[in-house]
Ligand binder design. Structure first.
Ligand code: GTP
Ligand code: MG
Length: 352
């Protein structure tokens, strides 16, 4: 029975996520390098590319290689992040025609700044809400990278700490640019950079150890660039062709190994992970109004204390006023006196 398998690509801007999807599309479609190399027109281009090569026929001047189609989701500008929204690309493979959906995402460390990073992470989680099962999270790293941005560390840490512990097994690191020396693909500085990051005090408890062929794989998308340039008539020589044949064979084997590895694991049930993330997001979003509310309550408390003091003052003032305004009035003495009026009748009282 055919299955739907979902894989999420994450990584720093420019690490090679979109190019990896282009390369994969061709690894699935063509059995052998020579098959696609001989008929370069049939090369599959899923996401538009743009890069520069030296032109050997023009004194090594720059020659721009660009796809002849555009996508509103891809910015084709040098020096700027390319992919803007998470997008799923589907391929069928195997006798049962399984559907493999690879989700390309905007890069961490977006050239538009930290706010763009936050928005991108939010969009990625929103996209994941449309998916039930996730079979693997593939973190794409430039294999020659000897440092990583703080944003990268922060985003990966966010992701890893929100995943259920059992989901860590579904995380693999895929190192691009891994043709470290011509004709040799494998471990480069990027591997050490990620290993030391995973060993940092705050991330070590997550429990990921980088291990080749288990959760660390090496590919070289340069072969896709070679084929695209070939399609546009770039004059490669035999030595270069042999190097890229090796690169194709190595990368195909490596992908085969890592899909095999990931498919032996139970997939992540996203509803649980996402609801956890939503709950956390809610807490973060509520923290500001809660802080404001606490401040208001504190202010009200202060005001109540002040009013209480005023009331107490008023009571003691009243007592004080009562005390000073109290006048003792002597009892009025009423003494009966007998007077006589003119006509001689006695009058009863005289008041003093
Ligand atoms: N030599 C070499 N170049 C690569 C490799 N992978 C990608 N590139 C080049 O690196 C540049 C960036 O690649 P993209 O695939 O656009 O990177 P991205 O991770 O999708 O970037 P954003 O969309 O900005 O996040 C392009 O010029 C690619 O041609 C690789 O394995 N080797
Ligand atoms: Mg991209």
């Amino acid at each position: 029975m055919s299955k739907e398998l979902n894989f999420l690509l994450l990584g720093e801007s420019g690490s090679g996520k979109s190019t990896t999807i282009n390369a994969l599309a061709n690894y699935f479609r063509f059995g052998k390098f020579d098959e696609v190399n001989e008929t370069a027109e049939s090369l599959i281009e899923v996401i538009p590319s743009l890069f520069t090569l030296p032109d050997p026929e023009n004194g090594g001047k720059e020659l721009e290689i660009a796809s002849n189609f555009i996508s509103s989701n891809e910015r084709q500008e040098y020096g700027r992040s390319a992919t803007s929204e998470p997008t799923g690309y589907c391929f069928t493979f195997g006798y049962d025609s399984h559907v493999l959906r690879i989700i390309d995402t905007p890069g961490i460390g977006d050239t538009d700044g930290v706010e763009a990073d936050k928005q991108n992470m939010e969009n990625i989680f929103l996209f994941l809400q449309t998916i039930e099962l996730l079979h693997g999270i593939i973190i794409i790293v430039n294999g020659t990278e000897s440092r990583h941005s703080l944003q990268f560390k922060f985003c990966i840490l966010e992701l890893l700490t929100h995943l259920h512990k059992s989901a860590i097994a579904n995380v693999v690191f895929c190192f691009t640019h891994s043709q470290i020396v011509p004709g040799c693909i494998g471990v480069g500085d990027g591997f050490k950079t990620i290993s030391s990051f995973l060993n940092e005090e705050h991330i070590k408890p997550v429990g990921i150890e980088l291990e080749q062929k288990i959760n660390a794989f090496f590919i070289d998308n340069d072969v896709y660039r070679y084929l695209l340039a070939q399609k546009q008539g770039y004059p490669w020589n035999q030595v270069q062709k042999d190097i890229y044949r090796y690169s194709w064979n190595f990368s195909v084997k490596e992908f085969h190994q890592f899909f095999k590895q990931l498919l032996t694991l139970p997939p992540l049930i996203l509803t649980a992970t996402i609801s956890l993330n939503n709950a956390r997001k809610l807490v973060v979003e509520l923290s500001e109004p809660i802080a404001q509310l606490t401040q208001k309550i504190e202010k009200l408390n202060q005001e109540t204390i002040k009013i209480q003091e005023d009331v107490n003052n008023a009571v003691s003032k009243e007592k004080f006023l009562n005390d000073i305004l109290y006048i003792t009035v002597d009892e009025i003495k009423k003494t009966p006196v007998i007077t006589k009026n003119l006509n001689g009748c006695p009058c009863k009282y005289k008041v003093f």
